[in-house]
Write a protein of this length. Structure first.
Length: 280
């Protein structure tokens, strides 16, 4: 999943792609002028999960389309940008998690959200999420063939994929991710992925201090973003090892999850998930 590292720009003009209708949520509780959001994602992509945590926090409903990692057929409409997440917001294509959050915040009636997106400290932590934290997850979930296989088990929980697609992605995806591990570690100068992940997380915990959040009792955009990234690997061995070795992270994570509340994802059928942010 090296292709999950991305930068982007706002694509001009509506693509004429029909969005699924979303159930009504009061503008007052949401803070947005009711944009419709369709998210193209990988369920365990840290950048996608960062965005989903933001949407959940802001009580903004959205639908997701799971992208086949091998064929990427679901995003064939996006010829130049072949990464995730991609969002269709009122028919407009927006690429990259932070850019999508920026566009949604600009439409918000909530002054706090707008201020957060322009706050230098928040910008620092958002960049840290992408450049320091998220890049460590891939090496940690693919350090062995067994862990790589487990990481791709999320495919089995995608209701829109047929048996053939699930089998192909489970085998080919697991092997490809495992083989790419060394290349990614070399690119980001990673020698001990577990140790470096724990050390990186500790940087965040030191900033949170006594908490429960970065700014005391106030849940911040930075809290939401960091939580979202880490939640991408929930249900995997790497996540369990991280929580076991860092009790303070588990405590903080529990506080953030409770403060954000339930998922705002709209699904036609309930899916019980074992991996990713909605892992039971």
């Amino acid at each position: 999943m090296a292709t999950l590292l991305q930068r982007s720009s706002l694509a001009s003009g509506a693509l004429g792609r029909k969005l699924f209708p979303l159930a009504a949520v009061s503008t007052a509780s949401r803070g947005f002028a009711a944009p419709t959001v369709q998210l193209y994602q990988y369920e365990i992509c840290p950048f996608c999960c960062k965005l989903k945590a933001f949407l959940d926090w802001q009580k903004l409903e959205y639908r997701t389309t799971e992208v086949n990692p091998l064929s990427k057929a679901e995003i064939k409409f996006s010829e130049k940008y072949r990464k995730v997440p991609i969002a269709m917001i009122n028919g407009e294509q927006v690429n990259d998690s932070t850019e999508i959050m920026t566009i949604l915040a600009a439409q918000s009636e909530n002054a706090t959200v707008k201020e957060a997106m322009s706050d230098p400290e928040t910008a620092k932590w958002l960049q840290w999420c992408d450049k320091e934290l998220a890049v460590l997850l891939f090496p940690n979930i693919t350090r062995s063939m067994g862990e790589s296989w487990q990481a791709f088990r999320y495919i089995s929980e995608v209701p829109s994929f047929g048996a053939g697609a699930k089998m192909a992605n489970q085998f080919a995806g697991s092997v490809a991710m495992w083989l790419a591990n060394g290349k990614l570690k070399k690119k980001y100068n990673i020698t001990d992925e577990r140790k470096q992940l724990a050390e990186t997380v500790q940087v965040w915990l030191d900033a949170v201090g006594e908490g429960p959040f970065l700014k005391g009792n106030q849940l911040t955009l930075a809290d939401v973003a960091v939580y979202g990234v880490i939640s991408a690997i929930r249900g995997l061995k790497a996540h369990q090892d991280l929580m076991d070795s860092t009790p303070a992270l588990q405590t903080w994570s529990n506080h953030v999850r409770a403060a954000i509340g339930g998922s705002m994802r709209v699904e036609d059928q309930k899916v019980v998930r074992t991996y990713g942010p909605l892992a039971e």
